[in-house]
Design a protein around this ligand. Structure first.
Ligand SMILES: Cc1cc2nc3c(=O)[nH]c(=O)nc-3n(C[C@H](O)[C@H](O)[C@H](O)COP(=O)(O)O)c2cc1C
Length: 206
């Protein structure tokens, strides 16, 4: 989808709801596409900007903005793969060559990878828990915005979201953590529906 709406102005009156059979259909049918089944093309620069802008419209108690993005595009995906290999080899000195190549190619699975970094302000009145929830909402918004623009995506953490050496290579600060790596591209294979929780098991009535 090429068409980009202008972002609303600060203070602009906006509709309180957006009844849309198309939106309901997307929410009903949305599925992640495994990163192994992603390929070119990814969103162009303008579309990626829109996807990120929409992602950043997530609910955020007291407007802390407790997150930031790190983008991996083009050759940077390979450079990050090299950094992953260095850390992986340190952790696993006996690693097999096939596994090392897998690490080197991790970010080449999709044309665009966005790291959503949770950035908690511990001195803020908004509880840490709520700030972390906002970063999660940003990731989900990014999946939905990607889908609405015609792109498949997957939200992953994998081992490297939790590895000290990788977090250092990413330049994360003391109170920063990876909320997710969102892989965005075109699907080589359409996903099947997965098992879902029975709604009855999720609900009690007060
Ligand atoms: C925070 C978070 C981290 C995730 N990390 C992984 C992961 O490392 N590997 C994986 O296979 N799926 C991971 N997933 C799950 C997938 O993103 C996806 O949600 C799952 O495959 C279900 O598919 P669906 O989104 O189509 O329902 C993660 C999900 C979340 C919310």
């Amino acid at each position: 989808m090429k068409e980009n709406l202008p972002p609303p102005e600060f203070g602009e009156v906006l509709p309180a709801a957006h009844p849309s059979p198309q939106a309901v259909k997307m929410l009903w049918l949305r599925r992640s596409t495994p990163a192994d089944f992603l390929t070119e093309p990814g969103p162009d620069a303008a579309t990626l900007e829109t996807i990120l802008t929409i992602a950043a419209r997530a609910p955020d108690h007291r407007r802390v903005t407790p997150y930031r993005f790190v983008l991996f595009e083009g050759e940077a995906r390979r450079r990050f793969g090299d950094a992953l290999v260095e850390v992986y080899k340190t952790n696993e000195p006996d690693a097999e060559e096939a596994r090392i190549e897998c690490e080197r190619n991790r970010f080449l699975r999709a044309p665009i990878v966005v790291a959503v970094i949770s950035k908690v302000d511990r001195d803020h009145r908004t509880p840490e828990w709520e700030q972390v929830l906002t970063a999660g909402a940003v990731c989900q918004n990014m999946l939905l915005a990607s889908s609405a623009h015609g792109f498949a995506a997957q939200w992953l953490t994998e081992w490297y979201a939790y590895d000290e050496g990788v977090l250092k290579a990413l330049g994360l600060g003391e109170h920063e953590r990876v909320a997710g790596f969102v892989y965005i591209g075109a699907a080589t294979q359409e996903p099947n529906e997965r098992a879902r929780p029975a709604l009855g098991d999720l609900i009690t009535r007060y």
